[in-house]
Design a binder for this molecule. Sequence first.
Ligand SMILES: [Zn+2]
Length: 140
Amino acid sequence: MAGVQKACRTCKAFFMTRSTRSARWENQCFECHQKHKKTKQMVTFQEREQNIVQNLENRIVKTEDWMNNLPSIIGAEVSNVMSSIIDDELITTITEKNDEKIALALEGLVTQMKQFEDKIQKQVSMLNTRIVKIMKEMEE
Ligand SMILES: [Zn+2]
């Protein structure tokens, strides 16, 4: 099957087409066609590579954003949890503990005051006895 002689679209050299039929669409000599194919593959490969790199970059940016927002996200979550705890149990617990401490302190204070009172009363009665004794001695 003899082809037709045509001028290559790229290098302008004459070449034989593969057949009379293929002469309709064959516009390049074999070498130029191979080069073009390789270039196309290279472009596709580079595009794919670029896409991968772009994807990675996007993911890194997203991860960085996520990391940057992390403290505020955690902070908000912690303050949420804290406020709910403080609202309910913690204040009750603190109040109860404080009430217990105050009650204990008051009890101790009352006991000390009673002991002090008893002591004073004893001293007062001792003083009374002494005064009575002295008065009796003076009368005699
Ligand atoms: Zn050519």
